[in-house]
Each structure stands twice: as structure tokens, then as C-alpha cells.
Ligand binder design. Structure first.
Ligand SMILES: Cc1cc2nc3c(=O)[nH]c(=O)nc-3n(C[C@H](O)[C@H](O)[C@H](O)COP(=O)(O)OP(=O)(O)OC[C@H]3O[C@@H](n4cnc5c(N)ncnc54)[C@H](O)[C@@H]3O)c2cc1C
Length: 445
């Protein structure tokens, strides 16, 4: 214990419950005094879209409320902000949860280069990236063996809620970001919202998760991704009540995909932007142009693709099945490199996470670790008919097609032209582009 209060720097752990790093800070501060701090880093907010920023603003408000209005919110470069704070409180140490992603690690290295010590406890994962290894000490590149080793490795149970003597902020330390996003339903962000959502999922959809998780028209998944991204709930808390039933087991595996991709990115940090399988960088791709714009705006003429892209802009979220379909469409129907799509996703997704996003894209593009083979090309119409059989998901996001009943909504071109109310005709012919894609694949084999 020092004779100064502890400084706790919140980053991807915006919660008081099951936050081991915060408990370590409390133990360390004289009379359990802790200065809770969030830094609005210009690098974090520049380039982020409204849903994402709106989510962060709401999450910070929720955190502040649980801290009794004592969250210090300061805008600026972390290195500069922290050096002023530690000077004012006559300390050289700052408590944090470890950050393993390339941006976070570089930022932390920069802070430490200024002479400040970061005391790291825990991580945003059940098992920190880099810990699950094969017997020969190397890392896993394939999910199933990773999952088995990860599950066997096990993890600690959740810890309790943090209570401390929070240091009161001054007026100048209350620079809450003013990102307004009317599209965000009130109280979706924050620790309380996260635990309530998880409880609802445990009481309801989890038992049929294995059957419904691919259906964007049903509330079959947890929708915890943004809560996990911002650390409003820790994966250990989520894993703790799971049993060995089918729904629970499949759900645990999805949590493990998040851990797997964090592990892969930790070992291959350049794969946030570069091809994990470098031969795919030599493939012929098209420059993003008007077709890319149509994809971004949700006017490709393929209803499932357009519904997903419109949901992304409207809500900052998209169902996993639809993420796969829109990603496949961009790469294999429009022949545009995955990085363009990944950047667009990161701008809008409220759960935007470098590891899951880049590797989710690389999985679809066939160039990632344990990826879907490139020749597996999603047919956007068949995917729609199979996973949104009555067309409810499409109708929700495409008002122009709301008058079309049932699954027919996935093929509006089969109806009389004026029945589609101005909805565009397909910008490409899927069967032609599929052949084109396979031809380009053959060139690099
Ligand atoms: C192209 C593409 C981009 C993606 N980008 C992101 C991203 O930026 N951030 C993100 O959190 N997820 C991303 N995913 C994974 C997945 O789509 C979302 O995690 C999921 O849709 C979130 O919904 P949910 O919380 O209801 O998931 P659930 O089905 O309830 O799953 C529970 C949790 O497991 C994790 N998870 C589930 N599926 C995956 C997966 N395939 N990969 C990694 N973690 C997973 C998430 O943390 C999720 O919240 C991406 C997938 C694809 C195909």
C-alpha cells in the first residue's frame, strides 16, 4: 500500500463488479481511496461513427452513476493526462486491466515510456491472450483444439463488487463526451443493463440458443457483444452459470471464439490489417467505387445484404449470420478487399473489436486462421430464405419491401416491377460473380 490514493484508469472495463484490477487499486490506495479516471483519447474517438460514440457516452454516464458521480473524465493524449494526474497526487503508478490489442498495447507502451508505471491486473478475457499454449509452447491456429485446451485450462470465478472512497473530481475533470445518438435506446449501455440483459438471456433464449442463434429474425442470441466489448460485464461472469446442456455449451463456444481471436491477434498483431494467409494479398481485387457505396448504404438490390447494412447504420449492430453474408457479398460478389469492409464495420459497430472484427472478416474471406474455405461463397438469396424464412428481418429494415408478404421478400425481382416501390434491382448477378471469384481464386492457387 502506498501513502497516496490509487489512480484507476478505466478502459475496456467499464464496471465495478468482477473487476480485479479495480480491487487491486482499492487495496493499494491509502484508506481505500481511489481516483476513477476515463480518458477521452482523441485516437479512440476520431473516425468512430455515431452509434459507437453514443454507446460510449451512455456507458460512461452509467459508470459515473455507480461511482456516485465521481468519475473523472478528461480529454487528451493518455500520456499527457496521466502525467498531470500522477504529479498532482504525488504517485508514479496507475492501475489498469491489461490490454492486449495492438492499439491498446502501443498506447500503454507509450505511457510507460514516459516513466509512469502501469500496474496490470487481469484482462478482458477469461484467460488472457498468450496463456493457452500447445504442449510444445506454441500457440493454437485452429479453433477446436484451442477450445479444448482453453476449457481444460479453466479460469477463476468472478469476484465481488468494488467499494472504495472515490476521490471527487473537480469541474474541469468532468468532460463527458457529448455524443448524442437518438437511435440508441436509453439504458442499453452500462453495467446494470448488461447484467439484466444476461439474466434475461439465461432465463429465456439460451436453452434454444443452438437452434436459433443463426436466425436474425428471432431474438435468439444474447446481444451481449457491446457489453463485453466495453467490459460492462466480464466473460467470467458470463461463463460462471453455464452448464453442460446443448444451448449453454454452444454459447460457451461462441465466447471462446472471442478469446481465440484475441489470442491469434496477440500472436500476429499485423493481422488486424494484413492477410493472415499472405497468398490472398496477391489475388485480383477491384477498387472500391460506386458498388462499394451501394453496399455501405444498403442498396445492392439483395434484400438480406441491404437489411444488414441498414441495421448497422441505424443501430450499430448486426446479427452474426448477416455479418457473414454481407462480408461474403463484399469480398466475393463485389471483389473488394476485406479491409474496406472491416473499416466500415469498425466505424459503426457498438461492439467493434479489432480481434473479432478483423478475424471475422478474414474467416469469411478465406484468408484467416481456421477460415471458411474461400470457395464457400454465400448465396445471399438462399441465406435469406433459410435464415429469415418469413422475411420478417428484411421487412424490418427495408421499408420499400414491407408490402411483400412472407419469404417472397428475398426475391423482389420476381414480382411485378412497381410492386417493389423503388427498391433497386440487383447491382450484380450473384451466379456470374461467383464464377468470377472462383476464377480469381484459381489464379493464386
Ligand atoms: C465479419 C464479422 C465481423 C465481426 N465483428 C465483430 C466485432 O467487431 N465485435 C464482436 O464482438 N464480434 C464481431 N463478430 C462476431 C459476431 O458477429 C458477434 O460477436 C455477434 O454477432 C454478437 O452478437 P451476440 O452478442 O448476440 O452474440 P451471441 O451469439 O450471443 O454470442 C455471445 C458472445 O460470444 C462472442 N462471439 C459470438 N460469435 C463470435 C464470433 N464469430 N467471433 C468472435 N466472438 C464471437 C461475442 O462476444 C458475443 O457477444 C464479427 C463477425 C463477423 C462475421
Amino acid at each position: 500500500m502506498t501513502d497516496a490514493p490509487s489512480i484507476f484508469w478505466f478502459r475496456r472495463d467499464l464496471r465495478l463488479t468482477d473487476n480485479p484490477a479495480l480491487l487491486a487499486a482499492i487495496d493499494d490506495g491509502v484508506s481505500s481511496q481511489v481516483l476513477p479516471l476515463f480518458i477521452v483519447d482523441p485516437n479512440l474517438v476520431s473516425g468512430a461513427g455515431l452509434p459507437r460514440l453514443g454507446y460510449l457516452a451512455q456507458s460512461l454516464r452509467a459508470l459515473d452513476e455507480s461511482l456516485g458521480g465521481n468519475l473523472h473524465v478528461i480529454a487528451g493524449e493518455p500520456r499527457k493526462v496521466l502525467s498531470q494526474i500522477v504529479k498532482a497526487y504525488d504517485t508514479t503508478e496507475v492501475h489498469v486491466t491489461g490490454d492486449f490489442a495492438p492499439f491498446g498495447s502501443a498506447r500503454d507502451a507509450d505511457v510507460e515510456a514516459s516513466g509512469l508505471k502501469l500496474i496490470r491486473t487481469g484482462s478482458p478475457y477469461a484467460i488472457s491472450p498468450g496463456r493457452v499454449r500447445k504442449n510444445d509452447g506454441t500457440n493454437y491456429r485452429v479453433f477446436t483444439p484451442f477450445y479444448n485446451a482453453w476449457f481444460q485450462h479453466s479460469w477463476r470465478g468472478p469476484v465481488g463488487v468494488a467499494e472504495a472512497n472515490w476521490i471527487k473530481p473537480t469541474k474541469s475533470e468532468r468532460h463527458f463526451p457529448k455524443f448524442i445518438d437518438d437511435r440508441l435506446t436509453p439504458n442499453v449501455a452500462g453495467e446494470l443493463a448488461a447484467s439484466q440483459r444476461f439474466q434475461r438471456f439465461l432465463d429465456g433464449s439460451i436453452d434454444r440458443y443452438h437452434e436459433h442463434r443463426d436466425r436474425p429474425d428471432l431474438p435468439g442470441t444474447s446481444r451481449l457483444s457491446a457489453n463485453l466489448r466495453w467490459g460492462e460485464i466480464h466473460p467470467r461472469t458470463v461463463l460462471a452459470p453455464l452448464n453442460s446442456s446443448q444451448g449453454h455449451t454452444v454459447f460457451r463456444k461462441e465466447i471462446a471464439w472471442r478469446e481465440f481471436y484475441a489470442d491469434v491477434l496477440h500472436h500476429y498483431p499485423l493481422t488486424s490489417r494484413e492477410y493472415y494467409k499472405p497468398q490472398f494479398a496477391t489475388m485480383r481485387y477491384d477498387e472500391p467505387g460506386p458498388k462499394f457505396d451501394a453496399w455501405r448504404s444498403g442498396v445492392t438490390g439483395y434484400p438480406l445484404v441491404d437489411a444488414g447494412m441498414r441495421q448497422l447504420i441505424a443501430e450499430g449492430w448486426m446479427h452474426n449470420r448477416v455479418r457473414m453474408v454481407v462480408a461474403s457479398f463484399l469480398i466475393k460478389d463485389l471483389h473488394i478487399e476485406w479491409q474496406f469492409g472491416a473499416r466500415h464495420f469498425m466505424k459503426y459497430l457498438i461492439d467493434g473489436d479489432m480481434a473479432s472484427n478483423s478475424h471475422g472478416w478474414q474467416w469469411v474471406a478465406g484468408c484467416g486462421t481456421d477460415a471458411s474455405p474461400y470457395y464457400r461463397i454465400f448465396n445471399p438469396v438462399e441465406q435469406g430464405k433459410r435464415f429469415d424464412p418469413d422475411g420478417d428481418y428484411v421487412r424490418k429494415y427495408i421499408p420499400e419491401l414491407r408490402h411483400i408478404k412472407g419469404g417472397a421478400v428475398h426475391e423482389p425481382w420476381l414480382l411485378a416491377h412497381d410492386a417493389t416501390s423503388g427498391y433497386p434491382t440487383p447491382i450484380v448477378d450473384h451466379s456470374v460473380e461467383r464464377r468470377e471469384s472462383l476464377g480469381r481464386l484459381a489464379e493464386i492457387k
